[in-house]
Design a protein around this ligand. Structure first.
Ligand code: GLA
Length: 389
């Protein structure tokens, strides 16, 4: 009897930390991040405004619940090593309480190196202390950005790529352990730009998501380079651990509606985190309607948790597909160049006879379609179909 109690306790003790990670990010995280629009200008007010807008626009209810503060919130460490916020963020605990009072969650940002990418104070040799402080504030998400740690890796293992990789893995693992030790569920987001095939080792080391590339920009060519460059990565993703092709640029820069629809469609097929990166308090209605399209969000958040992948490409046309839990399939036909007629090939999609199809952006059932079904796709546009037998 006693022995079985002990066994239960031991199993519980082993299972709990694992469970804390596994329960997080069962579907790709959704929310907002300050960097793509505000960069170094983010402050307490911008974050509160974003939280207010997530509620008033209906984005929260559509699933966007994380409000993530990126770089430039950090101040100096005091003599006890405790990090303080800078004067843009007078009271992080009060900000977290405010965000939580809106039914949202708060995310923060640091680096395993001594400095963040923007040159602010980071977590090197203060990992446990920082993790405890985040948990005390009520932080729910940490983006951990390699930045200056790269120099430490190079200094500690000069001309030794394998040694540098091992040092990097240990640094990411260290912060994971520190987060788990706080007992607070905190989504852990790796940001090291896809170095050393992070998808192969990140999930075992606590990553709920990991950036697969360098930074996105609010331009179709960069968005497309990153998005279509995800081909082949689908097998590494699943519930609790996701490839992260970077935050959304929908509503930023000069991307057209067709380009924004391509961006949203591709990220949904990729089961990518949907972290809006625009100014939510001054958003055009078309942008809001794209970000909150229920059918598109449902593709990203589908409970089967399978990332889609490229089915085939012909010149500038790429066809991507994603299986859904109900047995249907999403098919995205992307045109990376000028307007053209595109005929859909069924074989690479696993179909032979006629199928039922729905055009998602047009919100229109198409009835049955057959191999060779042809549609016109505008410059940089997409046709997104939901297909079933
Ligand atoms: C890196 C990251 C970006 C952003 C900035 C902040 O470039 O990849 O997403 O966090 O740092 O300095």
């Amino acid at each position: 009897m006693r022995r079985s109690c002990l066994a239960v306790l031991v199993i519980f003790a082993i299972a709990v930390p694992v469970q804390l990670t596994a329960q997080l990010a069962v579907t790709p995280p959704m929310g907002w991040n300050s960097w793509n629009y505000f960069a170094g200008r983010v402050d307490d007010k911008a974050v509160r405004d974003a939280a207010d807008a997530l509620v008033s626009t209906g984005m929260r209810d559509a699933g966007y619940i994380y409000v993530n503060i990126d770089d430039t919130w950090e101040g100096e460490r005091d003599t006890s090593g405790a990090l303080h916020t800078n004067n843009k963020f007078p009271d992080m605990k009060a900000l977290a309480d405010y965000v939580h009072s809106k039914g949202l969650k708060l995310g923060i940002y640091s680096s395993p190196g001594p400095k963040t990418c923007a040159g602010y104070e980071a977590s090197y040799q203060h990992e446990e202390q920082d993790a405890k402080m985040y948990a005390g504030w009520g932080i729910d998400y940490l983006k951990y950005d390699l930045c200056s740690f790269n120099d430490i890796m190079k200094a500690q293992a000069p001309n030794d790529p394998a040694g540098q990789k091992a040092i990097m893995i240990a640094a990411y693992e260290k912060m994971h352990k520190a987060l788990v030790a706080t007992g607070r569920p905190i989504v852990y987001s790796y940001c090291q730009y896809g170095m050393d095939n992070v998808w192969e080792w990140g999930p075992q080391n606590g990553a709920n998501l990991w950036r697969t590339t360098g930074d996105i920009a609010a331009r179709y060519d960069r968005m497309a380079e990153i998005g279509f460059g995800q081909a082949g990565l689908s097998r590494f993703a699943g519930p609790g651990h996701w490839n992260d092709p970077d935050m959304l640029e929908v509503g930023n820069g000069k991307m057209t509606d067709d380009e924004n629809r391509s961006h949203m469609s591709l990220w949904a097929i990729l089961a990518a985190p949907l972290l809006a990166g625009n100014d939510l308090s001054a958003m055009k209605p078309e942008v809001l309607s794209m970000l909150t399209n229920k059918e598109v969000i449902a593709i990203d958040q589908d409970p089967l948790g399978v990332q889609g992948d490229r089915a085939y490409a012909v010149g500038p046309v790429e066809v991507w597909s994603k299986p859904l839990k109900d047995g249907s399939k999403i098919v995205g036909i992307f045109n990376r160049s000028g307007p053209r007629d595109v005929s859909l090939q069924f074989k690479p999609l696993g179909y032979s006879g006629a199928v039922k199809a729905r055009d998602i952006w047009a919100a229109k059932d198409l009835g049955t379609i057959k191999d060779g079904w042809t549609t016109n796709i505008p410059y940089h546009g997409v046709v997104l179909l939901r297909v079933s037998k």
